[in-house]
Design a protein. Structure first.
Length: 102
C-alpha cells in the first residue's frame, strides 16, 4: 500500500511540475504585457504568436491569435484571443488565456 501512495505522490508532483511549465511557456521571455495602443507587430511579439487576419480594412482590422499549446499534453486551450485595431493601434481584445474552461 505504501508503494502505491509513494508512486501516486510522485505522479502528482510530476504532473504539477508539468502544469507549471506549461503555464510558464504561455508567455515568451522578455516580453511586455499586452496594452492598448500597441501596433499589430508589438501585440504579436507580446503574445508570442502570429496574428491571423479575420476582417476589416487596412488600419482597422480584426485579428485572432491562437495560443501555442503544441507539446503540452495538459493544455486544452483552443480558443482564440481576438484583437481589434483602429488606426493601426490596439483598441480592444476579447478572450482570456489566463484561465482554463471547466
Amino acid at each position: 500500500m505504501q508503494r502505491f501512495v509513494t508512486s501516486f505522490a510522485i505522479a502528482l508532483i510530476t504532473l504539477g511540475a508539468s502544469a507549471g511549465l506549461a503555464r510558464a511557456q504561455q508567455r515568451p521571455p522578455n516580453s511586455v504585457p499586452l496594452a492598448f495602443g500597441m501596433s499589430a507587430d508589438q501585440a504579436s511579439q507580446s503574445l508570442g504568436v502570429a496574428l491571423n487576419y479575420v476582417r476589416g480594412t487596412p488600419g482597422n482590422e480584426l485579428f485572432v491569435a491562437l495560443p501555442n499549446v503544441r507539446g503540452s499534453v495538459l493544455s486544452r486551450r483552443s480558443d482564440g484571443l481576438y484583437l481589434q485595431f483602429g488606426k493601426g493601434r490596439l483598441i480592444a481584445w476579447k478572450g482570456d488565456w489566463g484561465t482554463n474552461p471547466p
